[in-house]
Design a protein. Structure first.
Length: 415
């Protein structure tokens, strides 16, 4: 395929489907095994820190690997990076399902994070390849609606498979999801990058690109937004199974249903995002959602500190602020992820990689903190989400509100 190979994505619907599946690799990989996390700890005789490491090591590898995948995709195109990443993902998923001990599982999950980095990074870059910034936020919100639908099924399916067949079958289901996604890419996606950068991997050129991106105020504001919002979500994901199945004694099935409600709130948030973008600017959209995030954080703290022992306290009381947070998250992620790469159509892969790296680096730090503060999982959940909510509020009010997205011409889909 030549450097000027035309884009061959059959339709916008196919584009959104492909993006949803690629982005959906992240919740499939992180959420589906959450019901099995306590079981893994018991089966392998692992410590709480080791159990959390199966998640945090994956996310650190996910974020770090994007720093390599991004420039690679700017030089070689999105398709070869996607196909290579999916192939490695399938191999690592097999290794996870067959892991004989916790150390092997951690290593396999780390490799899985490396492969996932290629897929998620390329998906965000494809949006910038095809659409101007504001339209890109709308398309990203559609893809993230699909991600939300996928996330709805992850914990219930993981809980069902873990209860019925065991944790290895839950991890095995990732193989099928990745194989289907890889087949779709192979048959329906040729390339979206119109102008490849032959110098993308040269050290001097790469370093100059990185400095140009990270010094850009638009990147700083919107990347910080997506990072802070993800940190709040990750706090909930890393603590939820211990709060609901161990502290509250709920079954994995009930826990899965609670997670479905969270995913539905996220989907509603992405629809609200698209509705708002038709009426107000991206900055105003984010600002409004920031106040919802702050409300969710304050409410979570009240529930955690005043709720236990009260007659009204229960799973629904914990999930109420979580659902408000996810409603706002459905606005912050499409706006943040598309906004931070908006100024860089010629280096979207590198910009996407830096954003992904910042998100996962913060998630790793949060996961490490959680591993040492799990004597009371509910308080750890509340404190982490409150901190993330404060950061989101400050970013929305002080940074994003003052920075309009650049307006550039879009690249049309092939007919």
């Amino acid at each position: 395929m030549s450097n000027s190979a035309p884009l061959l994505i059959r339709s916008q619907t196919m584009t959104v489907l492909m993006l949803a599946l690629l982005l959906g690799l992240q919740p499939v990989t992180t959420d589906l095994y959450l019901p099995a996390l306590p079981a893994l700890t018991q089966v392998f005789g692992a410590s709480m820190v080791q159990a959390q490491l199966t998640l945090t090591a994956l996310l650190l590898a996910f974020g770090t690997s994007q720093l390599v995948w991004g420039p690679l995709s700017d030089k070689w195109g999105r398709r070869p990076v996607l196909l290579g990443g999916i192939g490695v993902y399938v191999v690592s998923a097999i290794a996870c399902a067959l892991a004989p001990d916790i150390e092997t599982l951690i290593a396999a999950r780390t490799l899985q994070g490396v492969a996932m980095g290629a897929c998620v990074m390329a998906a965000r870059a494809i949006v910038r390849d095809l659409y101007e910034p504001v339209q890109g936020a709308k398309i990203m919100s559609q893809a993230l609606s699909g991600l939300g639908l996928i996330a709805c099924t992850c914990v219930p399916v993981g809980g069902f498979l873990t209860d019925l067949l065991g944790w290895r079958w839950a991890l095995s289901s990732l193989i099928l999801f990745a194989a289907f996604t890889g087949a779709l890419i192979y048959f329906y996606f040729d390339e979206s990058l119109q102008q490849r950068n032959p110098h993308a991997l040269q050290v001097n050129s790469l370093w100059a690109a990185v400095k140009h991106i990270v010094r850009n105020p638009t990147f700083q504001a919107y990347s910080a937004l997506s990072t802070a919002s993800f940190a709040g979500l990750f706090t909930f994901l890393a603590t939820s199974s211990f709060v609901f199945t161990q502290s509250m004694g709920l079954s994995k099935t009930v826990y899965g249903l609670l997670m479905v409600s969270m995913s539905l709130s996220y989907i509603v948030g992405t629809f609200i995002c698209r509705w708002l973008l038709l009426r107000v600017s991206v900055q105003m959209c984010v600002l409004m959602a920031s106040f919802v995030s702050l409300f969710a954080g304050v409410l979570m703290m009240l529930v955690a500190y005043a709720g236990p022992g009260q007659s009204w306290f229960g799973a629904w009381a914990v999930m109420l602020p979580v659902n408000f947070f996810l409603l706002a998250h459905g606005v912050h992620q499409p706006c943040g992820q598309s906004g931070c790469i908006a100024p860089f159509p010629e280096m979207a892969g590198t910009a996407s990689a830096l954003n992904g790296f910042s998100m996962m680096l913060v998630a790793f730090g949060v996961g490490t903190w959680i591993g040492t503060h799990m004597s009371d999982p509910l308080l750890a959940m509340a404190q982490g989400m409150m901190f993330a909510s404060i950061c989101i509020g400050l970013i929305g009010i002080l940074a994003v509100r003052k920075i309009p997205l650049p307006q550039t011409a879009s690249i049309p889909l092939a007919k």
